[in-house]
Design a protein around this ligand. Structure first.
Ligand SMILES: NC(=O)c1ccc[n+]([C@@H]2O[C@H](COP(=O)([O-])OP(=O)(O)OC[C@H]3O[C@@H](n4cnc5c(N)ncnc54)[C@H](O)[C@@H]3O)[C@@H](O)[C@H]2O)c1
Length: 348
C-alpha cells in the first residue's frame, strides 16, 4: 500500500495504490456527494457503493461527449448538488475523464475524486489532472486540468476487467518502464505469469511505480510543455494505427512503441539488444498485432496528431531503456520511416 502525493502550484492530490476501494466510504464528505459510474462497473460493484445518488453512463468512448456532460450536469442539479458538492467517479478512464471535466465546470468548479477501476486508468488516466471529452472524431478536444483530491487504485478490481481491456492497459505500464523506469520494465519482462494472472501484489508494485513516475513528470510539467511530452512515447504511430485499424488504444500504442524503438535504433540511439528486448516483452503479452497503413495515408494520419506543430511533430525517441527524449522532426520523416519499416515490408 502506497500513498503518492501530487503537489502542483495550485492543487494537491493523493493517489492511494493497493488500498481496498471500500475505504472510499471513510474519505468522502458526509453530504453533497454524487457518484458517477458506468453500467458495467455499477453491476459489479454498485451494491457496495457509498450511499449517495448514482449517475450512470453507457460504458465506452461513445459517452465521452458534451451531450453526456450536459445530461449529467442536469442530473447533478436535480440531485441538489451545489457549489459545495463533490463528484466521485468510480470507473475506468472514460468515467474519470468525464467526472473530472464535469467537476471542473459545474458551478465553475466543485471537488472531485476517483476510484480508478481499469488498469489504464490506474496507471495513466486518473493521474495528472487532465480530463476531457471528444468533439466528433477529435479525441479529448474539449477538456481542462483538474486534479482529483484523491484517487484509489485497488488492484483487486482489475480481476473483473475483460482480457482485452487488461492487456490494453498493460501497454501503458510497459511504456512507463521503457521511458522512465528500467526496473519496472524488467519486472514486467521477467514476471510474465504473474502479470498474466493479475497477481495483486505484483500489480500493486507496478502501478505504484507507474504512478510515481507520472506524478514526478506531472509535478515538474503540469501543463504539458516539455517533460510531459515523453509520456507520448509510441503514440505518434500508435494514434495513426489506432485510427486506421480501430485497435484498442494499448495495442495500437504497443505497435507504435515497436516502431519508435526501431526508429531510435536506426538513428543509433539504442542498441539492437534493447530494441529486441522491447519487442520481446510486447510480443510475450500478445501486444503486437499486425499493422499496415497504406503508404498514401500515413502522413495524413500522422498530421491528425494533436501534438503536431505545423509540418513538424514532437517525436519521442529512446536513448536506452528508461531514457527517452522528445525531438521535433518533420511529419514526412516520420511517415517515410513507417513506410519503409512497417512489419510486412521489412523485417526490423
Ligand atoms: N486523462 C488522461 O490523462 C488520460 C490518459 C489516458 C487515457 N485517458 C482516457 O481514458 C479512456 C480509456 O480508459 P479505459 O481504457 O479505462 O476505458 P473505459 O473507461 O471505457 O473502460 C474500459 C471498459 O472496462 C470496463 N471496466 C472498467 N473497470 C472495470 C472493472 N474493474 N471490471 C470490469 N469492467 C471494468 C468499462 O465498463 C469499459 O467497458 C479514454 O477515453 C482515454 O482518452 C485519459
Amino acid at each position: 500500500m502506497e500513498k503518492i502525493i501530487i503537489n502542483t502550484a495550485d492543487s494537491f492530490s493523493e493517489i492511494h495504490v493497493g488500498t481496498a476501494w471500500e475505504t472510499v466510504h471513510e474519505m468522502l464528505p458526509h453530504s453533497g456527494v454524487a457518484i458517477l459510474t458506468d453500467t458495467n462497473v455499477m453491476e459489479l460493484y454498485g451494491a457496495r457503493f457509498p450511499d449517495f445518488p448514482v449517475l450512470r453512463i453507457t460504458p465506452g468512448e461513445e459517452s465521452k461527449k458534451l451531450e453526456v456532460v450536459e445530461m449529467l450536469a442536469a442530473k447533478l442539479m436535480k440531485a441538489g448538488i451545489d457549489r459545495d458538492g463533490f463528484i466521485l467517479g468510480i470507473g475506468g478512464g472514460v468515467v474519470c475523464d468525464l467526472a473530472g471535466f464535469l467537476a471542473s465546470i459545474y458551478m465553475r468548479g466543485i471537488r472531485c475524486a476517483y476510484v480508478s477501476t481499469s488498469l489504464l486508468s490506474q496507471v495513466d488516466a486518473s493521474t495528472g489532472g487532465k480530463n476531457g471529452v471528444n468533439l466528433e472524431d477529435a479525441k479529448n478536444a474539449l477538456g481542462s486540468f483538474k486534479q482529483p483530491e484523491f484517487v484509489i487504485c485497488d488492484p483487486l478490481m482489475l480481476t473483473t476487467l475483460p482480457e482485452e481491456e487488461y492487456f490494453s492497459g498493460l501497454a501503458e505500464l510497459i511504456k512507463t518502464g521503457i521511458i522512465g523506469d528500467p526496473e519496472l520494465f524488467e519486472i514486467i519482462g521477467s514476471n510474465q505469469e504473474g502479470i498474466a494472472n493479475r497477481d495483486p501484489e505484483l500489480l500493486s508494485m507496478c502501478i505504484s511505480k507507474a504512478v510515481n513516475f507520472k506524478a514526478a513528470v506531472v509535478t515538474a510539467d503540469e501543463k504539458e510543455t516539455g517533460l510531459r511530452r515523453l509520456l507520448n512515447f509510441g503514440h505518434t504511430y500508435g494514434h495513426a494505427i489506432e485510427m486506421y485499424h480501430s485497435y484498442r488504444h494499448g495495442y495500437a500504442v504497443s505497435c507504435g512503441m515497436e516502431m519508435a524503438s526501431a526508429f531510435s535504433m536506426e538513428r543509433g540511439l539504442i542498441s539492437r539488444d534493447d530494441h529486441k528486448r522491447i519487442t520481446d516483452v510486447l510480443k510475450s503479452h500478445g501486444l503486437l498485432p499486425g499493422h499496415d497503413i497504406p503508404d498514401n495515408q500515413v502522413a495524413q494520419l500522422l498530421m491528425k496528431d494533436k501534438k503536431k506543430s505545423g509540418k513538424d511533430i514532437f517525436f519521442v525517441f529512446l536513448k536506452g531503456i528508461g531514457n527517452a527524449v522528445a525531438e521535433k522532426i518533420a511529419v514526412k520523416e516520420a511517415a517515410d520511416f513507417y513506410i519503409h519499416n512497417k512489419p510486412g515490408t521489412k523485417q526490423i
